[in-house]
Design a protein around this ligand. Sequence first.
Ligand SMILES: [Zn+2]
Length: 270
Amino acid sequence: MPEGHTIHRLAEDHLDRFGGGAVRVTSPQGKFSDSAALLDGRVFESVDAHGKHLFLGFGEDTGWVHIHLGLFGKVAFGDAPAPPPTDTVRLRIASGTAYMDLRGPTTCALITEPEKRAIHDRLGPDPLRPADDGEKAWARVSRSRTTVAALLMDQKVIAGVGNVYRAEVLFRHGIDPYRAGKDLVRREWDAIWADLVALMREGVRNNRIDTVRPEHTPEAMNRPPRVDDHGGEVYVYRRAQLPCHLCATEIRTAPLAARNLFWCPTCQRN
Ligand SMILES: [Zn+2]
């Protein structure tokens, strides 16, 4: 499942390619055909992203295309002219210069402004939304008996953080992932939030997740770079049984909130 930085990056990429111009909208697969017919030829006005939800705006009277990629959804961009689409393409948007194909999303629906607002209301603050801050999340975290590792994955508490950022941010702050939210202190939460803002912004910029500090890069530590499909340098994510970069303890893994958690039992004792 993509993390929030991927969705915000997709929003920017859509705006770069289609913003302000009229676009052709089709649904080769057929499931979005009626809505596509309403949108076809209209101006692509704006984008928005909140957590793992992407919104493509076609103006107040027309509404928004709400997209959630889920586990299998994929977006592919290309230059015009677009090749004939395959019948797996749920949504194609095309301009004179570029096209986008959406395949396999959990959600692709045309919604109204009030329906969009209702989605925002269900989600926690998103470190990548400039108007959001950690206050609302802290109100829930500080009252919860749930582990901080589970709270970070709960989109109602904080939106956009996925399995990589949760594991890495807890490592960076030396926090035991099994601590209850109510046992965190304000200073720790503020540091986690600020760090997520910085890490996720960098994720949008580079389109990948890097979480190691400058002094822990492969070059600085004279160690081989990480070899992983996901790319990026990390401390603990998918490093089970490998030695911790800082203390050489074996990184541990265990399921938590439906995903595998990774942590260093030595470095994360706070
Ligand atoms: Zn360690």
